[in-house]
Design a protein around this ligand. Sequence first.
Ligand code: ARG
Length: 605
Amino acid sequence: MKLVKSRFYRTIAGNALRREQIQSMKQHIIQQLRNALDTLIVEAKLPQDIQTNIQLDTTKDKVHGDFATNLAMVLAKSAQANPRQLAQMIIEAMPPSNKIAKAEIAGPGFINFFVANDALYAQLEQAFVDKKLNVSLPKPETIVVDYSSPNLAKEMHVGHLRSSIIGDAVVRSLEFLGHHVIRQNHVGDWGTQFGMLLAYMEELSESTQQQKNLELKDLEAFYREAKTRFDTSAEFATRSRELVVSLQSQDAYCLKLWQQFKAISLQHCQEVYQALQVQLTMNDVKGESFYHDLLPKIVAALDEKQLLVESDGAKCVFLDEFTNKEGQPLPVIIEKAGGGYLYATSDLAALHYRSMQLQADRILYFVDMRQSLHFQQVFAVAKRAQLIQPHTQPEHMGFGTMNDASGKPFKTRTGGTVKLIDLIQEAQNRAMVVIQTKNPQQTTAEITEIAHVVGIASIKYADLSKNRTSDYIFNFDHMISFDGNTAPYLLYAYTRIQSLLDKAGDDDYSNCSFTLTHKHELALGQHLTQFNDTIHKISNKGMPHLLCAYIYELATLFSRFYEACPVLNESCIQQRHSRLKLLNLTARTLKISFDILGLETVKRM
Ligand code: ARG
C-alpha cells in the first residue's frame, strides 16, 4: 500500500524528467526506491518528514552493477540506523521487479543495481524500432531562445562563438523533444556607436558608389576608420552625436542609412552562421531597435508600480536584493538623465514581448557570464513589475571565456580580436593537413570536403564539450587531434561503424532479438539506454557538454566492444545479427547526437 506522498516526490531528479511518458530504467529504479521509502515511512522506520533527492548514478565499472545510489548513507542519520542496515531495509522494502536482476549492498552502504538482461533487451528493442530512439517526449512548451545576439558595429569575432553554437545545440535538443522553439537574435543595432557609423557612411556616400561598397565589405575596417575619424575630428564627433539622436527619433534619412548598414552587417552574420551551420536566419533577428516603441510603455508600467526612483536625474529601479560590496543599493538604470534608454530597458521590453506576445513558458539567454548581474536584475524587475506572466521562466545560461594557452582572452598575434570567419578558415586549413597526412591516397577534392566538415566540427565540438560555465583554453592542435574527446575521434568512430554496417550488406538483422553476452557488449547496450536521460538533461540545463560526454563514452565503449567481439566474422548467426543490430543502434544514436550538436558527418576519413 502506498499511502504517503512525501515531499521528496517533487524534488527527485529536479525538473529533469518532468512529464515523461515512458519510464527509463533509471526512472524505474528511482520509482522503486521511492516506493521503498514510502513503505519504511508507513512502517515508522523512517520519519515522516524526511526530505531527499534520490540520487542514482550509472556505475563506471559494470562489476558493481549498472546503477548505484548513496541513499542509505544520506538517510542513515534520520533513520537512526547504520547505513548498511538501512540499505538492507530499503532493498527489502522495494516492490518486486522483473527489471532488476539483483540489488547488492556495497562498501559503507551503497546499493548497486544490476539490470535484468531481458529488461535491457526490451529497452534496446524499443529504441531500435523508433526513429527518435524511444526518447520520452515531454509536454511541449513554448521556449524562446536568445542567442548569438552580436552588436552589429563590428564583424563577428571569437567572443560570439560560444553563444551561437551552444545556443544552437540547445535549440536543436529542445526541438528534438518536440518543444515549440522561437529563436531570437537580439542584435545590438541601436546603441551610440551607430552615430559614428552613420556619420562615416554619410561622408562616404558623398564619394562614388563603388568606393562605398568597397568600404563596407570589410566591416571591421569600416568600424575602425569610423572610430579613427571620431577620435580625431571634433566636427565628425559632433555630427555622430547628432545622428544618434536623429536616428533614435526616427529621422527618415538616418533610418535609411542605418538600414543599409544593418543589412550588410546582418548579411555578414548570416555568412558566419552558414559556415558554422548555426540555424539562425534573418527572420530570427529581433534587435534592440525592435523594442524602441515599447520603451516608454515599460517606463510607464514601472512608474505605475511605483518602482521608479530618480537618482542624479536618471530614472532607476532599486531592489533590496541587489547591493554593492558596501551594502549600498545598486540601481537598474531605466532612463538616463535628459532622456535616452539603456540596455536594461530594451531587455525589459524584450522580456515583456516574449512573455506576452510570444507566450513563452521559458526564455533562455545564452550570454556571457559577465552579464549575469544584468540578467538577475532585469529578471527581478520584470517579475516585480509583472511585465511577464507568472508561468514565464527566464533563465540566464551564462558561459565562460575562450582563452589562449596563457589563460588570457583569445587574440590575434598582434593583440587584435580574432574574426570568426578567419578562425573557421584556419580550422579548415589545419584539418586539411591532418586529413592529408592520414589519407595520402585520397583526391584533393575528397580531402577538401572532409577537411571542411572536420574543421568546423572540431571548433564546435571543442567548445560544446566543455562545461559552458567554465572558461576554456582554445587549442587548435588538440581539437583537431584524433585522440581524446574530440570531433575527429568521434566522427572517425562513426565512419568505422558505418563501414562495418555497409559490409554486412543485406544481412537482415532487424528482426533478430538482442542477446548480449560479453561484458563489453553489455556495457555498450547499457549505455545506449541512457540516451533518454542525457537528452533531457541538456534541454533542461542548457548544457550540451553532457551529450558530448555521453557520445565520447559511447564511442569508447564501441571501440572496446569491437576489440573484444567479432562481428562480421562471428559464425553464430544469432550472435552476429544481435551485434550488427547493436552497432546499428550505436550509429543512429551517434548520428542523432551529432545532429543535435550541429555537427555534420562524413562517409570516410
Ligand atoms: N549584444 C549583446 C552583447 O554583445 C548581447 C545581447 C544578449 N541578449 C540580450 N537579450 N541582452 O553583449
